[in-house]
Design a binder for this molecule. Structure first.
Ligand SMILES: Nc1ncnc2c1ncn2[C@@H]1O[C@H](COP(=O)(O)OP(=O)(O)O)[C@@H](O)[C@H]1O
Ligand SMILES: N[C@@H](CCOP(=O)(O)O)C(=O)O
Length: 314
């Protein structure tokens, strides 16, 4: 078989935390994502040749761009000095809370892995993508990169050693993503978090994460709905998102299952039992934001079950 010279891959946006699963739960969405093309070079180094769709904001330096940082971690593990060229087509808004840095790293890793003849399974790529998250936001959290690579819902049961648990996706579950027109850096949104949690809050949060996982397994959307609550990160972060609580009230009145901050925000995710319901929720949110005089982008999406995948090879 002829060796590959170039591989282009896609990785989806992700919703991390999913309310009660701070740093330990995330899911992938269908609506948008990043595309990365990787090819061999003879320079024995990684080069980010071009970035499209970022408005010139992202770094081309290989030690700063998450595509190159992730591939570097993978090559280091292999003990390889193979050079690669990278082209990033950014489909995700930056600092939105939809796993933008993770999507770049995930697509780059899947492309580079296929180019190298697939020395790694998809799950084995996750630690390399976590190194990219460390560079992007100062914390090697896996709740964006794991679902971006694997698709569906992924639980990070433990980080030491990394223990990933893919979870079932209930039928009909649909998501509305409400992206207010503002940029919130993950690093900043992490810095506002309290470093101590009370026993009472730890108990409430544990009940909800257990309930959410059980709800996914049992296809029980009422249980999913009761469990979409966050008493740890949301109270500090909600203050950074204009209209957060007003939006929650409005979408719950409209019949949503629940809502929360997507990752570190400012995007708000809303879960619904059908696409039709998700669209009604989006319309209500748009009207409310118009009343507040604020800009809002709305995305509708099923849960992405495939995760990062190859688009083209040459
Ligand atoms: N390919 C990339 N390389 C380097 N930084 C990136 C890349 N994509 C996004 N970023 C940046 O990483 C930082 C953290 O992003 P991220 O944690 O993904 O935030 P969010 O998910 O909220 O968009 C942001 O400042 C974003 O601009
Ligand atoms: N668990 C992280 C998730 C950050 O997600 P992002 O999409 O905002 O990068 C956190 O809550 O900080």
């Amino acid at each position: 078989m002829r060796a590959l010279r170039r591989v282009k891959a896609f990785a989806p946006a992700t919703v991390a935390n999913v309310s009660c699963g701070f740093d330990i739960l995330g899911f992938a969405i269908e609506a948008l994502g990043d595309q990365v093309t990787v090819s061999f070079n003879d320079e024995a180094r990684l080069r980010v040749l071009r970035i499209e769709g970022d408005g010139g904001k992202l770094p081309l330096e290989a030690d700063k761009n998450t595509c190159a940082v992730a591939i570097h971690a993978m090559l280091l593990h292999l003990g390889s000095r193979q050079g690669m060229d990278i082209i990033l087509e950014k489909g995700l808004p930056l600092g939105s809370g939809m796993g933008s840095s993770a999507a770049s790293a995930a697509a780059a890793l899947v492309a580079a892995n296929v180019l190298l003849g697939e020395p790694f399974t998809k799950a084995q790529l996750v630690p390399f993508a976590m190194e990219a998250e460390r560079v992007a936001c100062g914390a090697a959290h896996a709740d964006n990169v794991a679902p971006a690579i694997l698709g569906g819902f992924v639980l990070i049961r433990d980080y030491h050693p990394l223990d990933l648990v893919p979870l079932p996706v209930p039928e009909g579950l649909y998501c509305t993503l409400l992206h207010p027109h503002l940029e919130l850096r993950t690093e900043d949104a992490r810095s506002v978090l309290k470093q101590q949690v009370s026993l009472k809050d730890a108990t409430v949060q544990s009940g909800n994460i257990a309930g959410l996982v059980a709800g996914l397994y049992q296809n029980d959307l009422a249980l999913v709905s009761r469990s979409l609550k966050d008493v740890i990160a949301e109270p500090s972060r909600a203050l950074l998102i204009p209209g957060f609580y007003a939006l929650r009230t409005a979408v719950m009145q409209e019949g949503a299952l629940g809502s929360g901050i997507s990752g570190s925000g400012p995007t708000i995710f809303v879960m619904s039992p059908s696409e039709e319901q998700a669209r009604r929720v989006g319309a209500v949110a748009e009207a409310l934001y118009q009343e507040l005089g604020l800009g809002l982008d709305v995305y509708y999406s099923a849960i992405n079950r495939q995760g990062a995948h190859v688009l083209e090879t040459a």
